[in-house]
Design a protein around this ligand. Structure first.
Ligand code: DGJ
Length: 734
């Protein structure tokens, strides 16, 4: 007789379900994952979708559920792709795994962990499949632990974090691809036969070529607020691979994990290889439903300081580049403080004594202040910021080194380079990556932050940059046999270091930057408070990039800065109102020289920052409802954030194209309480006359079934006119 185990909210420390455990039901409030785990047999995947009851599950086998291996290891019947493969010490390349037991535990944070232990039938080789759920969150994390007791090393050649068969019907996949300056550009397509691979092989930054997250719509072209969608995010800092294998069967088989290419791992006897987690979420409320699940889960369980409001800041990079000096820093601090900002961040160019950082060809590695530029040092700047009532932060790039640095003179053996080959250089013609697999380098990187924080405890924020890929895979630290460990051990070393930093400095705000958005992945976010979405600050392109980023990442992680016009990257001329309205949908900041702003612009920004502070809790902690996608090319884009209590909301509308006699769609809102009345207030208003509905109240039902007609342009003086238009509306329940 089969027995079903529901793994939900049962506070049991570690219960073995061995004897009869077969049907395993891993449940979240809105979803169910069901596998069958008969003793000695393989684990069968049965179902993932809407939350089911015991009664629903009872007659499962007669209903045509999948009966596919829930974690296929390469071995017997090897004609399909596998999630795991290994070469035993005697050269045997096969695995034949059988269930030993099923166990569930409750972690201190309330998470329920279901562990299915599988053992090879002939070899002392073990795999543990883990599934973690959190009370109240519709996200499941899966990861795998491999270990053995064979004599010598077992060579692991594939090690996926998770596997999910998706029943074929009209399945579409949305993915984010891109490059520097064009991060998280969305693309959606039906899944064809064959293998589709989304991957990264940069070594250092893993979200510039493609992103490690996908949305899988089960009901044809994905819709924002209805339809069944599965979202999956590989939470890893390094090279990854997401793969769909669609053969002649009725299933698309989805695999996700570390990219195994050039990364075979020699696992010692008694050592455990732990994969990073794959987080996945199911929603019947469309793409936005999955996004809300990921945002909530991220803020509650994964993001550093996920419940802390992010400050409004000015970053110096686009304003002054490396032309750092004390009077300029003081002036920028005064200006941002005067406009209501809360933090000033000094970007690149502040360090280097023998090798002064006046260009990008020298100085990385020498994190000592350049007193020719800054006579009163970092403490002088922290004090100057305090005098102006704001906080101070600075930029570092601790995993990197320039050949022209004192660090390189002392430790050339710290750089990544293939044995016997010449060094290969990146940015500035002299930049290289430090070998994070080397424990001495890990200490060095930890000490960069620790020394800064010890010397300057008033430092509030660090922008942690990384501007170079691994260009020549090879380690001067790893043994000849283990050269293939570099890609993985680099990231183990990095994570170890970041954990140490976080343990000592839990509330320090740290931004993940990697040539812009090169490190936008949930693998980084336990150690970082936010990321720099892109070096491209063009507001129009940001509408697209931030739209894609919001699929998996909440607004408080998305650093979004108002920059100058014409834009540095695109040369596009966009009015301040539009630039501000786009930046206000993420973590608002500025990235320009405020000295060059007119008094009128400063005034407008001052009011916008005050408005942002008013809506900050809704933006940073609210639920997202995307309404009209810019990728649909209907001439506008629109989205909103709604407070969890549904008593407040912020609605954004950005025009994305301009034509004469243009017909833009009326946009209906979402996520409101149909029975409450909401008063409308326009924020960051520039028009000479108020909107027709300013100060009026409407029921949530009306707003969600009719919406508000947004005028195509702004009523402003002649010299202020432009082809751009945007609105930010605050909705407050009466
Ligand atoms: C690359 C980053 O993406 C920029 O924002 C800036 O910090 C520069 N590095 C500084 O060199």
């Amino acid at each position: 007789m089969k027995k079903t185990f529901i793994i939900l909210c049962t506070a049991i420390a570690a219960v073995s379900l061995t004897a009869e455990a077969e049907r395993v039901h891993i449940a979240t409030p809105g979803s169910s994952l069901v596998v069958d785990a008969p003793k000695d047999g393989p684990v069968f995947f049965m179902y993932y979708g809407d939350r089911l009851s015991d009664a629903d599950i009872a007659d499962f086998p007669t209903a045509g559920v999948s009966w596919l291996d829930a974690y296929p290891a390469y071995g017997i019947y090897p004609e399909h792709e596998s999630a795991f493969s290994a070469v035993h010490t005697d050269g045997n390349m096969t695995l034949q795994m059988g269930v030993q037991n099923v166990e569930r535990t409750t972690a201190p944070d309330g998470a329920e962990i279901t562990t299915i232990t599988l053992r090879d039938k002939k070899y002392p080789f073990e795999l543990k499949l883990n599934y973690r759920t959190y009370p109240g969150e519709d996200v499941i994390e899966s990861w795998v632990e491999a270990s053995h007791n064979e004599k010598g090393n077992v060579r692991l050649t594939r090690f996926m974090s998770g596997f999910l068969p998706i029943r074929r019907s009209d399945v579409h996949v949305s993915q984010g691809y891109g490059s520097w300056g064009n991060e998280f550009h969305l693309e959606e397509a039906p899944l064809p036969h064959g293998v589709k691979i989304i991957k990264n092989k940069d070594g250092v930054r893993n979200s510039h070529t493609a992103h490690g997250e996908v949305m899988i719509s089960l009901d044809g072209k994905a819709r924002e607020n209805d339809g069944r969608v599965i979202g999956a995010a590989l939470c890893y800092t390094g090279n990854y691979k997401l793969m769909f294998d669609t053969d002649a069967s009725d299933y698309h088989k989805f695999y996700a994990g570390i990219n195994e290419e050039n990364s075979a791992y020699n696992l010692r006897k008694g050592e455990t290889f732990v994969t990073p987690p794959l987080a996945f979420s199911y929603s019947n409320e469309g793409l936005s439903g999955v996004s809300r699940n990921f945002h909530r889960w991220g803020r509650n369980h994964r993001l550093a300081n996920g419940s802390t409001e992010r400050k409004v800041l000015l970053n110096s990079w686009e304003g002054v580049d490396m032309r750092i000096d004390e009077p300029t820093m003081h002036q920028m601090m005064s200006d941002i403080a005067d406009m209501g900002g809360e933090l000033f961040v000094m970007d690149d160019g502040w360090f280097g004594v023998k090798y002064r950082r006046i260009g990008d060809d020298k100085g990385l590695g020498d994190w000592t202040v350049d007193t020719q530029k800054l006579p009163h040092g970092i403490q002088g700047l922290i004090d100057a910021a305090a005098e102006r009532g704001i906080k101070f932060g600075l930029w570092i790039e601790p995993e990197m080194i320039n050949k022209r640095s004192e660090l390189y003179e002392k430790h050339p053996e710290y750089v990544i380079k293939a044995p016997g080959r010449d060094e290969v250089y990146g940015r500035g013609g002299t930049q290289m990556v430090l070998d994070m697999s080397n424990p001495k380098v890990q200490d060095l990187v930890f000490n960069i932050v620790d020394t800064l924080m010890t010397n300057y405890p008033g430092l509030d924020y660090i922008k942690w940059d990384a501007n170079c890929p691994i260009q020549e895979a090879g380690s001067q630290y790893l043994s000849a046999d283990n050269q293939s460990h570099l890609y993985i051990d680099y990231h183990r070393g990095l994570e170890k270091t970041l954990k140490r930093i976080r343990a000592k400095y839990p509330t320090l705000t740290i931004q993940a930057c990697a040539s812009g958005g090169g490190r936008v992945n949930w693998g980084y976010m336990p150690y970082f408070d936010e990321f720099w979405v892109s070096d491209n600050t063009d507001a129009l392109q940001r509408v697209y990039m931030q739209w894609g980023t919001s699929y998996f990442f909440p607004a408080l992680t998305m650093a979004s800065h108002i920059s100058v016009t014409p834009n540095h990257q695109t040369n596009r001329i966009i009015p301040l109102k539009y630039r501000t309205d786009v930046a206000m949908s993420g973590r608002l900041g500025m990235e320009l020289q405020p000295k060059d702003m007119s008094e009128r612009e400063k005034d407008q920004t001052r009011r916008a920052i005050a408005d942002y502070k008013r809506i900050r809790p809704i933006v940073q902690f609210g639920d997202i409802y995307r309404l009209l996608s810019p990728y649909d090319h209907k001439g506008a884009a629109s989205m909103m954030y709604v407070s969890p209590e549904k008593d407040k909301a912020v609605y954004y509308w950005w025009k994305t194209e301009t034509f004469v006699n243009q017909q833009l769609p009326r946009i209906t809102m979402a996520g409101l309480d149909p029975d409450r009345k909401y008063r409308i207030t326009e924020l960051n208003r520039i028009d000479n006359t108020p909107l027709a509905f300013e100060g009026k109240t409407f029921t949530g039902r009306f707003l969600m079934s009719n919406g508000l007609e947004i005028p195509l342009g702004h009523n402003v003086d002649y010299d202020q006119r432009s082809d751009y238009a945007s609105r930010v509306l605050l909705l407050e329940a009466q």
